[in-house]
Design a protein around this ligand. Structure first.
Ligand SMILES: [Zn+2]
Ligand SMILES: [Zn+2]
Length: 306
């Protein structure tokens, strides 16, 4: 085998010498050049694939991608835009499904999540904000879980606690969380558990935390809001559109955070799909005059949490 490869390489080298000397006909020289240009690239890809199979196979990769998307939608579409901000309405089945997916993400109970987030909107980058990077980027990213008082569920989550379905999902969070780890295990064993469970959870959680840290520190500000919120396309790409965070603070109840075709927002695409399937309605969007007025200057009244 090794000899054949060596003979092949020697033949190719000899052919290349001929090509460079322009002593072979046009078509053949092009074919040899093509082989020379593409061959090593194919070899490199092959080598990467061999290495890849040692650490992660296609089944694990598929589990990671599918569950990252599903549980990510659970957070962005379910916990955030549907539950916290009531940006649209949907059927009980869709509501239950996206909340279950959100619970699988491993970011806590839905009513706690929504309460903390409503408190963030109420005090964004001021005294009382659970996770402002003004207290340090690490605090905003992860530290606040350890040092901030959890938001008062009675105060911020009363509306949600009164909702039977939300209350049920909240009480059964651990069941869904465990299911999110058991499913990839059943599909692909321990490596499935690893990639579809733990690695997926780590990536999604840090992407979500980046909205609280990075998107209040780095990026552009299309609207003058009374906080430090930014639009950050890298975070938006990792969080299905949540990185258009300055837009979101300018219009908290707005269902579509991406406000132009250049601001890709996969969560908005999913909501549009639900509308098209007649599974979502009353999608909240600001009037164009209001957007134009806000672009021109700061808000006339303080931003509210809804
Ligand atoms: Zn924010
Ligand atoms: Zn929000």
């Amino acid at each position: 085998m090794v000899w054949w490869v060596l003979i092949g390489v020697a033949a190719l080298a000899a052919a290349l010498v001929k090509v460079f000397d322009r002593k072979v006909p046009g078509t053949l020289s092009k074919a040899v050049l093509l082989l020379w240009a593409v061959g090593p690239l194919v070899g490199t890809l092959w080598a990467i694939a061999l290495l890849w199979q040692e650490w992660i196979g296609w089944r694990e990769l598929a589990l990671f991608v599918v569950l990252y998307f599903a549980t990510g939608m659970g957070i962005t579409l379910g916990f955030h835009r549907l539950l916290t901000h009531s940006s649209f309405e949907t059927t009980p089945i869709v509501r239950g499904t996206v909340l279950a997916l959100g619970c699988m993400a491993g970011q806590g109970r839905p009513i706690d999540w929504a309460s903390n987030h409503l408190k963030h909107h109420a005090f964004a980058d001021k005294e009382g904000d659970p996770h402002s990077p003004l207290e340090g980027l690490f605090h905003a990213h992860l530290g606040w879980f350890f040092s901030s008082e959890p938001a008062d569920r009675e105060r911020y989550g009363a509306r949600l606690q009164a909702d039977k379905l939300v209350s049920f999902m909240d009480r059964t969070t651990v069941v869904w969380l465990v299911l999110g780890l058991v499913i990839p295990y059943l599909v692909a064993g321990w490596t499935g558990f690893l990639w579809g469970g733990l690695v997926r959870m780590a990536f999604l959680n840090h992407a979500t935390f980046a909205v609280n840290s990075i998107c209040h520190a780095f990026g552009s500000r299309d609207f003058e809001t009374k906080d430090e919120s930014r639009n950050n396309w890298i975070v938006a790409a990792l969080t299905f559109g949540e990185g258009w965070h300055n837009n979101h603070h300018a219009f908290p109840a707005m269902a579509y955070h991406g406000m132009s075709w250049r601001q890709f927002d996969p969560t908005a695409v999913t909501i549009r799909l639900l509308v098209w399937l007649r599974l979502a309605r009353n999608v909240k969007l600001p009037r164009p005059e209001l957007i134009a007025r806000r672009k021109a200057g700061p808000a006339p009244t303080p931003a509210t949490g809804d």
